[in-house]
Ligand binder design. Sequence first.
Ligand code: FMN
Length: 211
Amino acid sequence: MDIFELRNEYKKGSLDRGDLSENPFAQFKKWFDEAMHCKLEEPNAMDVATVNENGEPDIRTVLLKSWDEKGFVFFTNYESSKARDIAKNSNVAIHFLWLGLERQLKILGRAEKISALESLRYFVSRPTDSRLGAWVSHQSKVITSRSILEMKFDEMKRKFANGKIPLPDFWGGYRVVPHTFEFWQGRPSRLHDRFRYKLSENGWQIDRLSP
Ligand SMILES: Cc1cc2nc3c(=O)[nH]c(=O)nc-3n(C[C@H](O)[C@H](O)[C@H](O)COP(=O)(O)O)c2cc1C
């Protein structure tokens, strides 16, 4: 089939001003709960866009691991490309695509490192192999072969065989503290519903945007 012919009408829902919570975190909860209950695959997968010191954007998927009114937390390697970008420019965008619900959500904000204690709390909840994996990967660095990873994994397994696997100091969480949310619901004829929440001195201002 020609790619030109790939076309869906989005008919699963609508979003009106009256449907919205005044608080974007409450609106997030509503949509995130629905994404979970619909059994979408990886409903907590989100893209994180960063900008490097030369103003060049980059993007990758991570998993949302916790959230509250302070922000949205994901875990990663603090020496990765994304971490290097954030160190120079903490402005980030995160993006959820819940295609099964014909929805997307964009959140703009600033990323900040969470405390080592908060990272540790999550780290100890991870399965053993994931904890070892954090020690193995010099994320975003060039490696010459996969066998290097496998050898390092075996080495770490032996090293930590008789004790606890500590939290690596190069691994932990970031919290994205938002100032803007945009909730998008697909509609027929490309007349989609878009609502933006923007943080102002008077609280969250809500506007409908043209699709
Ligand atoms: C579904 C999915 C979930 C992922 N979750 C994470 C994650 O939570 N943390 C992470 O560091 N990388 C995660 N990754 C890998 C990242 O997309 C990325 O390859 C890695 O973080 C290196 O990114 P960087 O080189 O831009 O820093 C995930 C990838 C996919 C496809």
